[in-house]
Design a binder for this molecule. Structure first.
Ligand code: ZN
Ligand code: CU
Length: 482
């Protein structure tokens, strides 16, 4: 039997969590056709995978890659073994939005006025169809994106007409193929939205079998209440829930994930709920001067009026100027920051949680990004699984492949099995490790040998190949709410 490609002699970890086993993998026309001992077969192309793990390509369930997919080389993700990203998180989606002037924070994480150029969700997906991305994308439509254009006064709940306009936006996105609706209730444009407003909008995604992904209202003092609110929204709207970047933020709240995770586990008996996590004890977003108190240290990632501040501590800059941190933060705006506000114990507790998927939450356009952008997946595999033994390697792989594919309804991805898309990551289990650090935040990981999307290499020998075999994926099936 002659195949397009045969990957020989690797240890296949198939994405289900079952023990890795030695097998060859055959690929034809972008799909996996056989897995097993393929001594009789030959390939147009053959890859020697002895000593390597052959895993499904990783699914990064929490990204802000909406724009990077369009015009970027996606090296930050391909270099980690990621073959599919979920974009439109935290209530921020690139479409549908054509702002008049600079988009307000945190919308500016994705770009400026000229980057928000898609009047409809469908036109954004079509742009991705014509300029193929490097890796696959799956998309949420964001509450903040809709709110900043339809709600006249962002400091109050939306009125009836505004809710109707936002509902129409959610419906159009779902018809175009969005996988669900996301919120960032923590952020100024959405803080005034009461639970009822969010339920009304999430309901618009329900008939399509969409899901609800949320950067919750509060991840510190009201962590448990915020989890309860998210679960309530899922129940009332009748959709599955994904809690974004689960954490306990602020020294006074360390340890609280010991209480929030049991709430999630108990709820899972009656409704579909999962969460994502990134493997770092520091968060990153826009600079929010009224949110400095929770952090031991604030590192600036970018500043429009003071570009030289990128990579420096806010306190050092404030001391130089002889002003308070708050005053300095106001002077740096618009800006981005990294917040040292979590405990390692909470991070590990969330990582161990069996319903936790891995999501980088990387911010691709920051000049000095949080290292999670380049390091998340290899850090889970190398540091947390191999070095600390937090979970077996097969389980770490499942949390980045089979589990997210199931939760986001991607039936033909996230597994190594005949019929599945040939989205694959070949990595060295002995050496895989993140290299991105705060000093050198854009360093590719070690040990990721080859990454294929639909059978085509996008990352090989430590560099992008230049191929763009990715697709704008449309929601494939309804996602069960329970
Ligand atoms: Zn977020
Ligand atoms: Cu996010």
């Amino acid at each position: 039997m002659r195949h397009d490609l045969v990957i020989r002699g690797g240890t296949v970890m198939d994405g289900t969590g079952s023990p890795g086993c030695r097998a060859d993998v055959a690929v034809d026309s972008g799909r996996i056709t056989e897995v097993g001992a393929l001594d009789e077969a030959s390939g147009e192309q053959e890859i020697d995978a002895r000593g390597l793990v052959v895993a499904p390509g990783f699914i990064d369930v929490h990204t802000h890659d909406d724009r990077a997919l369009l015009d970027g080389d996606m090296a930050a993700k391909a270099s980690q073994g990621v073959t599919t990203v979920v974009a439109g998180n935290c209530g921020i989606s690139l479409a549908p939005f054509r702002p008049d002037g600079r988009p307000p924070p945190p919308m500016d994480l994705l770009g400026g006025e000229s980057d928000y150029r898609f009047p409809t969700f469908a036109s954004y997906l079509e742009a991705l169809d014509s300029r193929r991305p490097v890796v696959n994308g799956l998309f949420l439509v964001g509450h903040q994106t809709l709110r900043v254009q339809h709600v006249e006064d962002l400091g109050r709940p939306a009125n009836y007409a505004e809710i109707a306009a936002m509902r129409a936006g959610v419906e159009q996105a779902m018809q175009a193929g969005a996988v669900g609706f996301s919120t960032g209730l923590f952020y100024p444009p959405s803080r005034a939205a009461p639970t009822d407003e969010v339920v009304a909008l999430t309901e618009a995604a329900a008939p399509y079998g969409g899901l609800y992904a949320t950067h919750m209202r509060d991840e510190g003092a009201f962590l448990e209440e915020s989890v309860e609110e998210s679960l309530e929204i899922g129940r009332r709207a009748g959709v599955a829930v994904v809690l974004s970047h689960h954490k306990a933020s602020g020294a006074a709240h360390h340890g609280k994930t010991a209480r929030s995770l049991p709430i999630v586990e108990a709820a899972a008996a009656g409704q579909q709920v999962s969460l994502d996590v990134y493997p770092y004890a520091m968060s990153s977003t826009v600079l929010l001067p009224d949110r400095l108190a929770d952090s031991e240290r604030v590192l600036i990632t970018w500043s429009d009026p003071h570009p030289e501040a990128a990579g420096r501590d806010l306190s050092d800059i404030a001391a130089e100027h002889g002003v308070t941190d708050e005053e300095m933060a106001l002077r740096l705006l618009p800006a981005g920051a990294i917040y040292f506000a979590m405990s390692e114990e909470d991070v590990q507790r969330v990582l161990r949680f069996p319903r936790a998927m891995i999501g980088s939450d990387g911010i691709p356009h920051d000049p000095r990004p949080h290292p999670r952008l380049w390091g998340t997946f290899p850090r889970v595999l190398g540091h947390y699984s191999r070095e600390l033994g937090l979970m077996p390697l097969e389980e770490a792989v499942r949390r980045m492949t089979g589990l997210p594919a199931d939760r986001f309804g991607l039936d033909g991805r996230g597994v190594v099995a005949p019929g599945a898309a040939a989205d694959l990551c070949l990595f060295d289990p002995e050496t895989v490790i993140d290299r991105a650090s705060f000093e050198n935040p854009m360093a590719p990981a070690d040990g990721i040998r080859m990454v294929l999307v639909d059978g085509e290499a996008v990352w090989a020998d430590g560099a992008p190949t230049g191929a763009r075999p990715g697709r704008a994926l449309r929601r494939e099936r309804p996602i069960p709410a329970r």
